[in-house]
Design a binder for this molecule. Structure first.
Ligand SMILES: [Zn+2]
Length: 195
């Protein structure tokens, strides 16, 4: 009988507390900020800090913002400021399907942090086709509806949690073919955020 030991790295990457506080403060702005997360070169603190940060266009009321990344790396992030929708957009999901170099896309919002990964990316071309084919059906699928109204009505726990759970389940099912994983955490500025 063979026993295979798989080395599990306990060296999980985290976002530095200082970086978390800084990115969280960007939620007050009327534009998105996007960038990459790289290991802090100051080895006294082994955690990720933002790099290549760029500003998106000014968000007008009830509109989604957009921010164009300079380049993609395994850990990318962007903000959905307080004035906009606090959950990932269809574009956000398609981005990780298209670019296999992205391992985690972290989205900071007014209700918490989203962490999305695609297990089976389909590449740029197929991803672009998927986007155009499904953009409208995704919108019409009402996947976001309950969460949208829950946020608009400023629901607190446990009502919001129920809607968050349903949303995550529905989105995971929608993107089942590409093995999408979605995680949601409340923002805790006292502790590093483990990716
Ligand atoms: Zn987004």
């Amino acid at each position: 009988m063979f026993v295979i030991y798989i080395y599990m790295s306990t060296d999980k990457k985290s976002i530095c507390i200082g970086a978390l506080t800084y990115i969280h403060s960007l939620l007050e702005k009327d534009y998105e900020v996007c960038g990459n997360l790289f290991m802090n070169s100051d080895y006294s603190e082994k955690c990720l800090i933002p790099s290549d940060m760029l500003k998106g266009t000014t968000i007008l009321e009830s509109e989604r913002g957009s921010c164009v990344y300079k380049a993609y790396s395994p850990y990318i992030f962007h903000t959905h400021p307080n004035i906009t929708l606090p959950y990932p957009s269809f574009e956000d999901y398609v981005k990780v399907m298209k670019h296999s170099e992205i391992k985690h896309s972290i989205i900071f919002t007014s209700i918490g942090v989203w962490n999305i990964s695609c297990g089976d990316p389909i590449g740029k071309e197929e991803g672009a086709t998927f986007f155009h084919k499904n953009k409208l059906s995704y919108k019409n699928s009402r996947i976001e509806n309950d969460l949208y109204y829950s946020v608009r009505r400023k629901h607190q726990e446990p009502t919001l949690n129920v809607h968050l759970e349903t949303y995550i389940k529905n989105v995971t099912t929608y993107f089942k073919k590409v093995n999408m994983t979605i995680r949601f955490d409340k923002i805790d500025l006292e502790h590093p955020y483990y990716i």
